[in-house]
Design a protein around this ligand. Structure first.
Ligand code: IPE
Ligand code: IPE
Ligand code: MG
Length: 246
């Protein structure tokens, strides 16, 4: 077991997590899927607090995808109720830890109660600077790209001015660094429409733990794995090494 007191040598500036496995966590215990989602929501506090302690500046959590609307209506309702509960219960903690809450995704399509709770939490935390917590809600990478292209067309931007930077500036994450690391829990090894443009050079880490079991120790293990990765961005290993020693 890695000591949680030791901070990995290199930490991501932006960590993105696909919080997966609530249903299987519950199933393994003979519980209902809703119990898994409740345990998963509880775990958000643990991981947010640990990332804040580590001084990771940006944390993005995948909470509800554009594809998750395909789930039974009862399960969707449970997820949205948990979101409202989370916002109400955790807002003081976000404030105390000076965490700014942001959302990525089509928030306007969420139910009224959740939109209201979100806009309140966004407003209350807007001046916090210690960490940015992006909640990905009704988020899909493909729909984000379509939205960006539409905005670019709508603004009448010249063809030559449509660059990678221009596209990045029209994404929900405009102004934020790309995720250095994407962690997916529960053993699945896919992106499921998460941060498709932004994760072009992210290190991908897959944990076997179901999200409710992904605790601070598991996070540290994943971050140690990240710290051991050699990022090249298209260069040769020799170029990367000489760049570090220059
Ligand atoms: C992640 O857990 C939560 C959401 C996708 C909202 P799942 O509900 O996907 O859990 P599994 O994958 O069925 O175990
Ligand atoms: C991805 O998990 C979305 C979230 C964690 C919110 P899913 O469980 O929905 O992904 P798939 O369907 O297994 O790819
Ligand atoms: Mg899943």
């Amino acid at each position: 077991m890695l000591a949680q007191n030791t901070v990995p040598a290199v930490l991501p500036r932006h960590l993105a997590i696909i919080m997966d496995g609530n249903g299987r966590w519950a199933q393994a215990r003979g519980l209902a899927r809703s119990d898994g989602h409740r345990a998963g929501a509880e775990n958000v506090r643990t991981i947010v607090t640990e990332c804040r302690k580590l001084a990771i500046p940006y944390l993005t959590l995948y909470a509800f995808s554009t594809e998750n609307w395909k789930r039974p209506q009862t399960e969707i309702s449970v997820l949205f109720t948990l979101l409202s509960d989370f916002l109400r219960k955790e807002l003081p903690l976000l404030q105390a830890q000076k965490i700014r809450l942001q959302t990525i995704g089509q928030i306007e399509e969420l139910p009224f109660a959740q939109r209201t709770a979100l806009s309140h939490a966004l407003h209350v935390t807007k001046d916090n600077t210690a960490m940015t917590l992006n909640l990905a809600l009704n988020y899909g990478g493909r729909s984000e790209l379509v939205r960006a292209v539409r905005a670019i067309v709508h603004e009448g931007i010249e063809e030559e001015a449509i660059t990678e930077e221009c596209l990045a500036q029209h994404l929900y994450t405009a102004g934020q660094p790309d995720p250095d690391c994407v962690i997916r829990t529960s053993g699945e090894q896919r992106l499921s429409n998460y941060l498709l443009f932004q994760s072009a050079y992210s290190e991908l880490i897959f944990s076997q733990a179901y999200w409710p079991d992904f605790d601070a120790a598991q996070l540290h293990m994943a971050l140690e794995e990240y710290a051991g990765r050699k990022r090249r961005f298209g260069k040769t290993q020799e170029q990367v090494v000489s760049c570090v020693t220059d």
